[in-house]
Design a protein around this ligand. Sequence first.
Ligand SMILES: NC(=O)c1ccc[n+]([C@@H]2O[C@H](COP(=O)([O-])OP(=O)(O)OC[C@H]3O[C@@H](n4cnc5c(N)ncnc54)[C@H](OP(=O)(O)O)[C@@H]3O)[C@@H](O)[C@H]2O)c1
Length: 275
Amino acid sequence: MIERRAWGRTGMEVPVIGQGTWQMEEDGRAQCVRAIRAGLDVGLTHIDTAELYGRGEVEDIVGEAIEGRRDEVFLVSKVLPSNASRAGTVEACERSLRALRTDHLDSYLLHWPGPHPLEETIAGFEELVRGGKIRSWGVSNFDVEAMEDALRIAGEGKIACNQVLYHVEERTIEHEVLPFCEAHGIALVGYSPYGSGRFPDDDPTLLGIADTHGATPYQIALAFLTRHPATFTIPKAANPAHVVENARVVHLSEDELSAIDQAFPLGRSRRLPTL
Ligand SMILES: NC(=O)c1ccc[n+]([C@@H]2O[C@H](COP(=O)([O-])OP(=O)(O)OC[C@H]3O[C@@H](n4cnc5c(N)ncnc54)[C@H](OP(=O)(O)O)[C@@H]3O)[C@@H](O)[C@H]2O)c1
């Protein structure tokens, strides 16, 4: 059973581990559909996608995978910054809903800060909430300054999440973004938990802890990345065996957490990186 956590202050509870879908179209449609459904079977019901991915193809694949199972899914998609005017946000969402074969998203995010004033994008999000097309909205790749702007415009309790880069070798968000999210009741969704495929699976600390738990270094990394109560993680896996592996939650001791903290130190930079 995968633990559920508060999705910001929306009142919704969401599995702490989800399924990413970036570049999934490269793995072939049938394989992706199988993988996503295998994830649903083991409780990875939080699915993250975006209009950007495969230029709409990935949303279409996700739509096929969740057909008939929509009620099980917490479905998240993202608007491209270049589309995120007020009207553009509403239109982009409607396109995504068609591709995903659903009438609503559980959360809709601005993919990264872009050219349209944030007031416009937020007005679009609020219109979509009023119309029942999205149940919550959030942001992605926002540093603290951008989060402060969003909070000033929207008010407390409106921003459900901030989705940011977070893996053992890239922990910058722990300096400022994570404390900010915790202080304002905003979920922090860590993306690329395996460094987009560049994962240190031969690291002796991860291997040693994995051995103690009869687990893999990948599972140990997910446990580390979700050790704070506001955090979620969304590994992408097109291989169904990987999906099943990602759904096993390992509980780490304080000593194990601090060993990982030392093996993969936080680093000094406070500037939020993106891919
Ligand atoms: N908001 C943003 O700007 C942003 C940016 C990047 C990513 N994201 C989101 O975050 C998701 C995850 O990040 P990502 O796609 O960059 O990559 P990732 O999840 O860090 O890594 C994916 C890679 O790890 C492999 N893998 C997955 N589970 C594994 C396991 N248990 N054992 C061994 N290998 C495993 C996958 O292989 P197989 O596919 O072969 O299973 C794939 O090669 C994205 O898909 C997307 O939804 C958001």
